[in-house]
Design a protein around this ligand. Sequence first.
Ligand code: GLN
Length: 248
Amino acid sequence: MCRHLAYLGPPVTLAELLFEPAYALVRQSWAPRDMRGGGTINADGFGVGWYPDGGAPVRYRRAQPIWSDPTIAELAAVTRAGAVLAAVRSATVGMAVLDGAAAPFAQDRWLFSHNGVVRGWPDSVVPLAAGLPVRDLLTLDAATDSALLWALVRHRLRAGDDPVEAVGRTVVEVAEAAPGSRLNLLLTDGRRVVASTFGHALSVRATADSVVLASEPHDDDPGWRPVPQQRLVAATADEVRVCELPAR
Ligand code: GLN
Protein backbone atom coordinates (compact mmCIF):
# COMPACT_ATOMS: atom_id res chain seq x y z
CA MET A 1 0.00 0.00 0.00
CA CYS A 2 2.08 2.76 -1.29
CA ARG A 3 5.78 3.20 -0.69
CA HIS A 4 7.28 6.54 0.18
CA LEU A 5 10.63 8.12 0.96
CA ALA A 6 12.18 11.38 2.06
CA TYR A 7 15.77 12.53 1.71
CA LEU A 8 17.70 15.40 3.28
CA GLY A 9 21.40 15.99 2.68
CA PRO A 10 23.90 17.09 0.06
CA PRO A 11 22.26 17.54 -3.35
CA VAL A 12 21.75 14.30 -5.29
CA THR A 13 19.95 13.59 -8.52
CA LEU A 14 16.38 12.35 -8.21
CA ALA A 15 17.59 9.31 -10.14
CA GLU A 16 19.93 8.43 -7.27
CA LEU A 17 16.87 8.10 -5.05
CA LEU A 18 14.12 6.89 -7.41
CA PHE A 19 15.88 4.74 -9.99
CA GLU A 20 19.45 3.72 -9.18
CA PRO A 21 19.34 1.82 -5.87
CA ALA A 22 18.86 -1.96 -6.22
CA TYR A 23 15.42 -1.75 -4.62
CA ALA A 24 14.62 1.83 -5.59
CA LEU A 25 11.12 3.26 -5.59
CA VAL A 26 10.70 2.37 -9.27
CA ARG A 27 11.36 -1.28 -8.43
CA GLN A 28 9.17 -1.07 -5.33
CA SER A 29 6.35 -0.04 -7.66
CA TRP A 30 6.30 -3.49 -9.28
CA ALA A 31 8.19 -5.67 -6.77
CA PRO A 32 7.91 -4.23 -3.26
CA ARG A 33 9.62 -6.37 -0.64
CA ASP A 34 7.28 -5.49 2.22
CA MET A 35 3.59 -4.94 1.52
CA ARG A 36 2.19 -5.84 4.90
CA GLY A 37 -1.47 -5.02 5.13
CA GLY A 38 -2.46 -5.62 1.56
CA GLY A 39 -1.82 -4.67 -2.02
CA THR A 40 0.64 -6.24 -4.39
CA ILE A 41 2.04 -3.52 -6.62
CA ASN A 42 2.12 0.26 -6.54
CA ALA A 43 0.95 1.14 -10.03
CA ASP A 44 -1.81 3.71 -9.43
CA GLY A 45 0.36 6.76 -9.71
CA PHE A 46 3.48 8.34 -8.32
CA GLY A 47 4.83 11.69 -7.34
CA VAL A 48 8.02 13.46 -6.39
CA GLY A 49 8.58 16.84 -4.82
CA TRP A 50 11.89 18.63 -4.39
CA TYR A 51 13.29 22.01 -3.39
CA PRO A 52 15.24 23.70 -6.19
CA ASP A 53 18.07 25.79 -4.67
CA GLY A 54 16.37 25.57 -1.29
CA GLY A 55 13.32 27.47 -2.62
CA ALA A 56 9.67 26.45 -2.54
CA PRO A 57 9.04 22.86 -3.60
CA VAL A 58 8.19 21.74 -7.13
CA ARG A 59 6.16 18.59 -7.77
CA TYR A 60 5.67 16.12 -10.58
CA ARG A 61 2.71 13.75 -10.11
CA ARG A 62 1.04 11.32 -12.46
CA ALA A 63 -1.79 8.77 -12.25
CA GLN A 64 0.17 6.03 -14.00
CA PRO A 65 2.87 3.57 -13.01
CA ILE A 66 6.22 5.27 -12.53
CA TRP A 67 7.84 2.72 -14.85
CA SER A 68 5.53 3.73 -17.72
CA ASP A 69 6.40 7.44 -17.75
CA PRO A 70 9.55 8.27 -19.74
CA THR A 71 9.43 11.89 -18.57
CA ILE A 72 10.17 11.13 -14.92
CA ALA A 73 13.25 9.12 -15.89
CA GLU A 74 14.58 12.02 -17.99
CA LEU A 75 13.73 14.60 -15.37
CA ALA A 76 15.25 12.54 -12.55
CA ALA A 77 18.54 12.13 -14.38
CA VAL A 78 19.20 15.88 -14.51
CA THR A 79 17.40 17.25 -11.44
CA ARG A 80 19.46 17.66 -8.27
CA ALA A 81 18.10 18.51 -4.86
CA GLY A 82 19.08 18.37 -1.22
CA ALA A 83 15.54 17.66 -0.05
CA VAL A 84 13.15 15.24 -1.75
CA LEU A 85 9.86 13.49 -0.93
CA ALA A 86 8.58 10.81 -3.30
CA ALA A 87 5.90 8.10 -3.36
CA VAL A 88 4.42 5.37 -5.52
CA ARG A 89 0.72 4.68 -4.99
CA SER A 90 -1.45 1.62 -4.66
CA ALA A 91 -4.96 3.08 -4.55
CA THR A 92 -7.23 1.72 -1.84
CA VAL A 93 -10.23 -0.03 -3.40
CA GLY A 94 -12.87 2.52 -4.30
CA MET A 95 -10.57 5.52 -4.34
CA ALA A 96 -10.02 7.48 -7.52
CA VAL A 97 -6.90 7.14 -9.63
CA LEU A 98 -6.03 10.73 -10.53
CA ASP A 99 -2.88 12.84 -10.66
CA GLY A 100 -4.16 14.73 -7.63
CA ALA A 101 -4.54 11.55 -5.55
CA ALA A 102 -0.81 10.83 -5.77
CA ALA A 103 1.50 12.14 -3.05
CA PRO A 104 3.17 14.46 -2.36
CA PHE A 105 0.40 16.79 -1.30
CA ALA A 106 1.72 20.31 -0.86
CA GLN A 107 1.21 23.77 0.53
CA ASP A 108 3.79 26.54 0.81
CA ARG A 109 7.02 24.81 1.90
CA TRP A 110 5.32 21.59 2.98
CA LEU A 111 5.26 18.24 1.21
CA PHE A 112 3.21 15.33 2.62
CA SER A 113 2.61 11.65 1.94
CA HIS A 114 0.50 8.86 3.49
CA ASN A 115 1.19 5.15 3.31
CA GLY A 116 -1.88 3.25 4.51
CA VAL A 117 -5.64 3.41 4.72
CA VAL A 118 -8.35 5.06 6.81
CA ARG A 119 -10.76 2.30 7.82
CA GLY A 120 -14.46 2.95 7.45
CA TRP A 121 -13.80 5.70 4.91
CA PRO A 122 -15.48 8.10 4.64
CA ASP A 123 -18.03 7.74 7.45
CA SER A 124 -15.52 7.08 10.22
CA VAL A 125 -13.83 10.44 9.74
CA VAL A 126 -16.85 12.63 9.01
CA PRO A 127 -16.69 14.14 12.52
CA LEU A 128 -13.00 15.06 12.05
CA ALA A 129 -13.61 16.46 8.56
CA ALA A 130 -16.43 18.56 10.00
CA GLY A 131 -13.85 20.44 12.07
CA LEU A 132 -12.04 21.69 8.96
CA PRO A 133 -12.79 24.96 7.17
CA VAL A 134 -15.31 24.33 4.36
CA ARG A 135 -12.83 25.83 1.89
CA ASP A 136 -10.28 23.13 2.76
CA LEU A 137 -12.86 20.43 2.02
CA LEU A 138 -13.85 22.06 -1.29
CA THR A 139 -10.24 22.21 -2.42
CA LEU A 140 -9.02 18.74 -1.47
CA ASP A 141 -6.71 17.41 -4.19
CA ALA A 142 -8.86 14.26 -4.42
CA ALA A 143 -11.69 12.58 -2.52
CA THR A 144 -9.28 10.17 -0.83
CA ASP A 145 -8.27 9.34 2.71
CA SER A 146 -4.72 10.57 2.09
CA ALA A 147 -5.87 13.98 0.84
CA LEU A 148 -8.08 14.38 3.92
CA LEU A 149 -5.19 13.39 6.22
CA TRP A 150 -3.10 16.13 4.60
CA ALA A 151 -5.91 18.63 5.21
CA LEU A 152 -6.00 17.59 8.90
CA VAL A 153 -2.22 17.90 9.31
CA ARG A 154 -2.13 21.23 7.45
CA HIS A 155 -4.92 22.61 9.64
CA ARG A 156 -2.84 21.83 12.72
CA LEU A 157 0.28 23.41 11.20
CA ARG A 158 -1.67 26.58 10.45
CA ALA A 159 -2.97 26.61 14.00
CA GLY A 160 0.60 26.64 15.30
CA ASP A 161 1.37 22.97 16.01
CA ASP A 162 4.98 22.13 15.32
CA PRO A 163 5.35 19.40 12.67
CA VAL A 164 5.92 16.62 15.22
CA GLU A 165 2.74 17.60 17.08
CA ALA A 166 0.76 18.01 13.86
CA VAL A 167 1.66 14.53 12.61
CA GLY A 168 1.44 12.83 16.02
CA ARG A 169 -1.90 14.31 17.00
CA THR A 170 -3.41 13.60 13.60
CA VAL A 171 -2.37 9.94 13.80
CA VAL A 172 -3.82 9.59 17.29
CA GLU A 173 -7.15 11.26 16.50
CA VAL A 174 -7.67 9.38 13.24
CA ALA A 175 -6.70 6.06 14.85
CA GLU A 176 -9.30 6.68 17.51
CA ALA A 177 -12.01 7.68 15.02
CA ALA A 178 -11.18 4.90 12.56
CA PRO A 179 -9.77 1.87 14.42
CA GLY A 180 -7.62 -0.45 12.34
CA SER A 181 -6.34 2.37 10.14
CA ARG A 182 -2.78 2.33 8.84
CA LEU A 183 -1.26 5.75 9.19
CA ASN A 184 2.36 6.04 8.11
CA LEU A 185 2.67 9.75 7.42
CA LEU A 186 5.64 11.67 6.02
CA LEU A 187 6.02 15.45 6.16
CA THR A 188 8.87 17.76 5.20
CA ASP A 189 9.58 21.44 4.76
CA GLY A 190 12.90 20.76 3.07
CA ARG A 191 14.91 21.17 6.26
CA ARG A 192 13.38 18.57 8.55
CA VAL A 193 11.30 15.47 8.07
CA VAL A 194 8.66 14.03 10.39
CA ALA A 195 7.32 10.52 9.92
CA SER A 196 4.97 8.20 11.80
CA THR A 197 4.91 4.41 11.95
CA PHE A 198 1.38 3.13 12.43
CA GLY A 199 0.65 -0.11 10.59
CA HIS A 200 3.34 -0.10 7.93
CA ALA A 201 7.10 -0.43 7.99
CA LEU A 202 9.58 2.44 7.92
CA SER A 203 13.37 2.35 7.84
CA VAL A 204 15.93 5.10 8.34
CA ARG A 205 19.46 5.38 7.03
CA ALA A 206 21.51 8.23 8.44
CA THR A 207 25.06 9.28 7.58
CA ALA A 208 27.03 12.19 9.02
CA ASP A 209 25.30 14.65 6.71
CA SER A 210 22.26 12.94 5.20
CA VAL A 211 19.16 10.97 6.09
CA VAL A 212 16.76 8.79 4.11
CA LEU A 213 13.44 7.63 5.54
CA ALA A 214 11.77 4.97 3.42
CA SER A 215 8.95 2.43 3.60
CA GLU A 216 11.55 -0.21 2.91
CA PRO A 217 15.37 -0.13 2.56
CA HIS A 218 16.23 0.64 -1.05
CA ASP A 219 19.57 -1.15 -1.01
CA ASP A 220 21.56 -3.63 1.10
CA ASP A 221 23.49 -0.96 3.02
CA PRO A 222 23.86 -2.25 6.60
CA GLY A 223 23.13 1.27 7.84
CA TRP A 224 19.36 0.91 7.46
CA ARG A 225 17.51 0.78 10.78
CA PRO A 226 13.87 -0.29 11.10
CA VAL A 227 11.68 2.08 13.15
CA PRO A 228 9.44 0.35 15.71
CA GLN A 229 5.67 0.68 15.39
CA GLN A 230 3.70 3.60 16.82
CA ARG A 231 6.61 6.03 16.80
CA LEU A 232 7.36 9.45 15.44
CA VAL A 233 10.66 10.15 13.72
CA ALA A 234 11.94 13.72 13.53
CA ALA A 235 15.03 14.11 11.39
CA THR A 236 17.29 16.74 9.93
CA ALA A 237 20.27 16.00 7.69
CA ASP A 238 22.47 15.55 10.76
CA GLU A 239 20.15 14.28 13.51
CA VAL A 240 17.47 11.61 13.88
CA ARG A 241 15.18 11.48 16.91
CA VAL A 242 12.56 8.79 17.56
CA CYS A 243 9.79 9.36 20.09
CA GLU A 244 6.47 7.92 21.19
CA LEU A 245 3.17 9.03 19.77
CA PRO A 246 1.44 11.61 21.98
CA ALA A 247 -0.98 10.32 24.59
CA ARG A 248 -4.60 10.89 23.73
N1 GLN B 1 -5.36 4.92 0.84
C1 GLN B 1 -4.53 5.83 0.13
C2 GLN B 1 -4.93 5.99 -1.33
O1 GLN B 1 -5.78 5.31 -1.82
C3 GLN B 1 -3.07 5.51 0.34
C4 GLN B 1 -2.57 4.48 -0.54
C5 GLN B 1 -1.64 3.49 0.04
O2 GLN B 1 -0.93 3.56 1.03
N2 GLN B 1 -1.71 2.44 -0.65
O3 GLN B 1 -4.37 6.81 -1.96
